[in-house]
Design a protein around this ligand. Structure first.
Ligand code: K7E
Ligand code: CUA
Length: 675
């Protein structure tokens, strides 16, 4: 009876809301939102008074107006930011900079019930290193899937620098589906970036080590330590990386850094920095130069120029050696067969970023005040002009193209240029770590007509707080970037936020880049209080089409109908078979069926849950005390847990999501009789 009254009340309230809204929710137009008593400036007298009381400058007010998202309105862009050593991905609305989700990737995430008994456990277990379970990751570079060089909103990939792993997130439900461990590398960095049609997900290396991280003393560095770049084949139909069709390329032990895929005119090629062509091996305690000095001795390092289509041909032709199950194009093969070339790049390079049309690669040398712009056309001509008799090679036999023959321009920007992104107005934006600025400068060549300034010139340096690392632009890595926003991912925040102790948040600063010329402005500061994000990508929100609810019975790991799904509480049951107890449980507001589970200590329990709801946001949780079990059962989801009931006792299991007025009553008892 009580339930019936409640149901009637809900129906009445809903009806009232629907009537008030009319068919299709109306959002106020700009005119009506500021209409009525507006002053000359478009601000109400109230607003002017608030601005005066709070000491807001006209710029502050403009910034507030540009970022404020009225209740119920949605951001036009979604940013996917790495969660750094948190091992997650952050989903953020732009320009409001509201955090929408934290996706557990390499790290268990309790809200999503990821890694607490359900499907997440199997996915996290794919990321084992040897027999060791690794329950965190150092996520650096999220990469959205692309079709024809444009984000297609289907998948997101991200690397774990610490353990050389790559994860696949399905943007149908914003959940991690797969982790692959690189069998040859123990850490990575230059990933994950996709080729323009997501044929491959690139995982570039970082700190050289013997292949397969086998033991070898660092005294054998030059002979036995190597870099490895892996091309993970992505199968769109299954939505998974196919390790059986993936391969790697052996590289010299040069500490390869950031990589980027060519696109359009440079489709088929990859570009990757390096910062230890000195082959420094550290050992400061023995009187050797420390790594930081040893790796910075040379004036130049090598930009790695990789012909991945050629590499794919070699792999398909079997010109590989298989090590630890991974087909590997050996370094001498790569050098001889036209897979790998080098060209010098200035001091301590970090970012290598391909322009939207693929014509140029921009490299920032941390210890050089310039960015260096390489022309893909010139690189091709230099390669064509190579002559076996006269060509320069590095000490590993890789052809070296002279800087003169590959460089298009250099632009002096300031101290510590790192990463570069692009917009629709022919500008490039480079983060200057030491100067703490975002530098806007002009591209030349085919981009020259898009802006009013001279090509290859600095236009504006916008101070940011502080020590900007990466920089992200709206649709920035695509063939057609948008022009509205850039986000500065600042490493330090010092005095920008309330003191929360010695460990400070990072600061994401939203920058308005909508107008040409010297007009960039900081709009918003967003503290990131859960890790150190490295890179982010920003996609137009309307390119994303996630599910609103799962079709009833969906297994989140396979995204297919789960064979253990049930369609109603009448199908719920407990079946005992010797010491095995299998439970099919129905979950729907506001009860679990069954509510009593009686088992014996030592029984093996397999427990299937189906959330029968199809109402948006009608998520239930499942918490079982004492057994480290915690699930998030979104509408339609079917999930299975399996464990040994090793402890006797009486355990109330309950729903962790406040799903209804009778949520507290959504519980049951798990009674484990002692032996
Ligand atoms: Cu922090 Cu791309 Cu890993 Cu630069 S990286 S800042
Ligand atoms: Cu279901 Cu609370």
């Amino acid at each position: 009876m009580k339930k019936l009254i409640l149901l009637c009340a809900i129906v009445l309230v809903l009806a009232a809301i629907i009537m008030a809204c009319g068919p299709g929710r109306q959002t106020p137009t700009r005119e009506s939102a500021v209409g009525g008593t507006t002053s000359q400036a478009g601000l109400s007298a109230d607003a002017a008074q608030v601005a005066a009381e709070r000491g807001l400058s006209p710029d502050d007010v403009t910034a507030a107006l540009k970022t404020f998202m009225p209740s119920g309105q949605l951001d036009p862009y979604i940013m996917f930011a790495s969660g750094g050593q948190g091992g997650q991905v952050l989903v953020v609305g732009v320009p409001s900079m509201r955090i929408l989700k934290l996706i557990g990737v390499f790290t268990p995430e309790p809200w999503q019930g990821y890694g607490f008994g359900g499907a997440g456990n199997a996915i996290l277990a794919q990321g084992k290193v040897g027999d060791n379970e690794i329950l965190w990751g150092d996520t650096h570079h999220p990469g959205l899937s692309e079709t024809n060089g444009e984000y297609d909103g289907q998948f997101l990939f991200i690397n774990d620098k610490a353990n050389a792993r790559v994860a696949v997130i399905d943007l149908k439900d914003f959940a991690t589906k797969q982790i692959v461990k690189n069998p040859l590398a123990i850490n990575d960095h230059g990933g994950s970036f996709v080729t323009p049609n997501t044929e491959y997900i690139i995982e570039g290396p970082q700190y050289a080590a013997p292949l397969g991280w086998e033991y070898s003393d660092i005294a054998n560095y030059k002979e036995e330590y190597r870099g490895v770049m892996t091309l993970w084949k992505f199968d769109r139909a299954t939505g998974r990386i196919d390790p059986a069709q993936s391969f790697s390329i052996e590289l010299p032990p040069y500490f390869q850094d950031l990589c980027d895929a060519g696109k359009k005119v440079s489709d088929g090629w990859l570009f990757c920095n390096s910062f230890n062509t000195e082959l420094a091996t550290g050992g400061v305690e023995d009187g050797n130069p420390p790594f930081e000095a040893g790796t910075a001795k040379n004036d130049t390092d090598y930009l790695h120029i990789v012909n991945w289509k050629k590499a794919e041909e070699l792999y398909k032709a079997g010109k590989v050696e298989t090590i630890k199950g991974m087909p590997l194009i050996r370094l001498d093969t790569a050098a001889k067969e036209g897979v790998l070339y080098f060209t010098p790049e200035p001091k301590s390079p970090h970012g290598a970023d391909v322009t939207p049309g693929g014509e140029y690669v921009v490299v920032g040398g941390k210890l050089d005040p310039h960015v260096t712009i390489y022309s893909f056309d010139k690189i091709q001509k230099a390669i064509a002009a190579l002559n076996e008799g006269t060509m320069t090679k590095d000490e590993f036999g890789v052809p070296v193209l002279s800087l003169d023959s590959t460089m298009e321009a250099q632009v002096e920007l300031g101290l510590g240029p790192l990463h570069t992104v692009y917009d629709d107005k022919g500008y490039a934006y480079t983060s200057l770590f030491l100067d703490s600025v975002v530098a806007r400068w002009t591209l030349g060549g085919p981009y020259q007509g898009l802006h009013p300034e001279e090509p290859w010139t600095l236009v504006q340096k916008l101070p940011v707080q502080y020590n900007i690392g990466h920089i992200a632009a709206a649709e920035g890595d695509t063939s057609s970037p948008d022009g509205n926003y850039v986000v500065a991912l600042n490493k330090w925040s010092i005095d920008r936020f309330a003191n929360v102790g010695p460990l400070l948040p990072q600061n994401f600063q939203l920058v308005d880049t909508s107008q040409t010329g010297d007009t960039m402005k900081v709009l918003y500061d967003m503290p990131i209080g859960m890790a150190e994000p490295h890179y982010a990508q920003i996609i137009k929100a309307d390119k994303l089409a996630p599910l609103e609810v799962y079709p009833v019975g969906t297994n989140p790991e396979t995204m297919q109908q789960d064979p253990n799904a049930i369609t109603g509480p009448d199908q719920a049951k407990v079946v005992r078979n010797g010491n095995n107890v299998e439970i099919w449980m129905a979950v729907v507001r506001s009860h679990f069926t069954p509510e009593h589970i009686r088992i014996k200590q030592g029984d093996h329990v397999i427990w299937h849950f189906t959330n029968l709801e199809q109402t948006r946001d009608a998520t239930h949780g499942f918490a079982l005390p004492g057994y480290n079990i915690n699930l998030s059962l979104e509408p339609g989801k079917t999930e299975t847990i399996e464990f040994d009931a090793n402890m006797s006792g009486t355990y109330a299991y309950y729903c962790t999501e406040f799903c209804s007025a009778l949520h507290l009553e959504m519980l049951g008892y798990f009674m484990v009789e002692p032996n």
